[in-house]
Design a protein around this ligand. Structure first.
Ligand SMILES: [Zn+2]
Length: 364
C-alpha cells in the first residue's frame, strides 16, 4: 500500500486521536531536481507518474522532471493547469482516474501545487511537491486553497510525501514571490498569538510543539532579514526552510492554526475586495503589523523587518487604496467566524479600523 510508506504518527490526546501526516523526504538546495528519479525510486515509485504544472512552470521544471523520470523507464504524463479552481481539480481527478499514476508531482508555485495536492488527495494517490517559487507555506503544508470550494481559505488535503526545492530554479522567479513568502512566515507571530488566545479563552486545543515550530520559522526569517535578498542562495534557503517548517507545523497541528490567524483573515478579506491585487504573503505580512498592534506585541519590529526586506508594509505597497485596507479590517472578522482570534475581543468599528491602520502606518 502506497499510503503505508508515509510517515504518520498517531498520538492519544486525552479524548481523541491526533493524526500527524508528515513528509518523508525534504531536499532543499542547488540542483536538487537532479535527484527526482532517485527520490522517486527510494519511495517505491518506479512505474508511473503524473506531473501537474502550469505552461510556464512546465518549461522551468516540469519537463526536466519528466525527462529524469523517463530516463528511469517510468511512464510519465503531464497535465497542464492554469488556475486553482474546483473545475481544474475535477479535470485532474479525471486524468488521474484514466492514467492511474503511482505518484503525482506538483510542479509550480501556489496554484499548481494546490491543484496537485487536492486532486491527488481526493483520488488517494500520494504527491510530491516541486516548488518553483518560495511565495507561501502551501509548498509543504497538508492544506490547499481552491477557488470554488466555498471557503476563501485553505482546507485539509494531504501532506506532500516529499518536497524537492531546488534553489537554482526558485532563484529564477521574480523577487516579489520570495517577499510574499517572507510575509507569510512573519504572519506566524500573530497566528500563534491568536492560537494561544483561543486556548486561553475558548479552551481550544493548543499544540505547543507545532506553535514553537511556526514561531521559530518567523524568528529565523526576522533574524536573517539582511541575508534574504536577490541572488543570495543562503538567504533563500533560510526562507525555504522556514516555509517548509511552517508546512510541517500544520501537519503536526492537524490544521492551519499555527500558521493562519487574524492576519490571514485580513489578507483573505482584502483579496475578496480587491482580487489578485497583491500576493497572498504580502497581504498577510501587512495584516501581521496591524494584528500585532492589537495583541500589544512588537508590531514596529515586524514593520521594520518587512521594510528591511523591502516587502510590502503599507496600503500603497500592496497596490490598494487606504479605504480598501480599512474595509478589509472591518470585514476580517466575518471571514472565518469559527476561528477565534484577537478580532473577537475587539468589536472594531470602521473608525477604529482606520485608527489602527493609521497608527501602524499601513495607511499614511
Ligand atoms: Zn499563508
Amino acid at each position: 500500500m502506497e499510503g503505508e510508506r508515509r510517515a504518520s504518527i498517531v498520538i492519544g490526546l486525552s479524548m481523541k486521536h491526533h493524526r500527524m501526516q508528515l513528509p518523508r523526504e525534504v531536499i532543499v538546495g542547488s540542483g536538487t531536481i537532479e535527484q527526482v528519479a532517485e527520490i522517486s525510486r527510494r519511495l517505491g515509485f518506479t512505474k508511473s507518474a503524473l506531473i501537474i504544472a502550469g505552461s510556464k512552470t512546465n518549461d522551468i521544471a516540469g519537463k526536466t522532471v519528466k525527462d529524469l523520470l523517463e530516463d528511469e523507464n517510468m511512464e510519465v504524463n503531464t497535465h497542464l493547469v492554469e488556475t486553482a479552481t474546483a473545475k481544474e481539480v475535477m479535470a485532474v481527478e479525471e486524468r488521474i482516474k484514466s492514467v492511474k499514476p503511482q505518484i503525482v508531482f506538483g510542479v509550480g508555485g501556489g496554484t499548481k501545487i494546490d491543484v496537485a495536492k487536492c486532486s491527488s488527495a481526493h483520488q488517494d494517490i500520494p504527491f510530491i511537491s516541486v516548488p518553483t517559487t518560495a511565495s507561501h507555506d502551501g509548498i509543504a503544508s497538508p492544506l490547499s486553497s481552491i477557488k470554488g470550494f466555498e471557503k476563501p481559505y485553505s482546507v485539509m488535503a494531504q501532506a506532500p510525501l516529499a518536497i524537492i526545492a531546488d534553489t537554482n530554479i526558485i532563484m529564477q522567479a521574480p523577487w516579489n514571490f520570495a517577499l510574499s513568502g517572507c510575509g507569510d512566515v512573519v504572519a506566524k507571530i500573530t497566528a500563534v498569538k491568536d492560537w494561544e488566545l483561543a486556548h486561553e479563552d475558548q479552551k481550544e486545543y493548543y499544540g505547543g510543539y507545532a506553535a514553537s515550530l511556526a514561531l521559530m520559522s518567523a524568528k529565523l526569517v526576522m533574524e536573517n532579514a539582511e541575508l534574504i535578498k536577490p541572488d543570495c542562495e543562503e538567504g533563500l534557503r533560510v526562507l525555504l526552510e522556514a516555509l517548509i517548517s511552517c508546512g510541517v507545523s500544520m501537519s503536526i497541528a492537524g490544521s492551519s492554526r499555527p500558521c493562519s490567524g487574524s492576519e490571514h483573515m485580513f489578507g483573505h478579506a482584502l483579496d475578496m475586495l480587491k482580487p489578485n491585487c497583491s500576493m497572498h504573503g504580502a497581504r498577510c505580512g501587512v495584516g501581521t503589523i496591524m494584528m500585532a498592534y492589537l495583541h500589544k506585541t512588537s508590531w514596529d519590529r515586524i514593520r521594520d523587518t518587512l521594510e528591511k526586506l523591502e516587502a510590502p508594509a503599507s496600503a500603497r505597497e500592496l497596490d490598494v487604496e487606504n479605504e480598501d485596507v480599512v474595509r478589509a479590517l472591518e470585514m476580517a472578522t466575518t471571514i472565518r467566524p469559527e476561528r477565534y482570534t484577537i478580532l473577537n475581543k475587539q468589536n472594531l468599528t470602521l473608525e477604529s479600523c482606520e485608527k489602527l491602520a493609521k497608527i501602524t502606518q499601513v495607511i499614511r
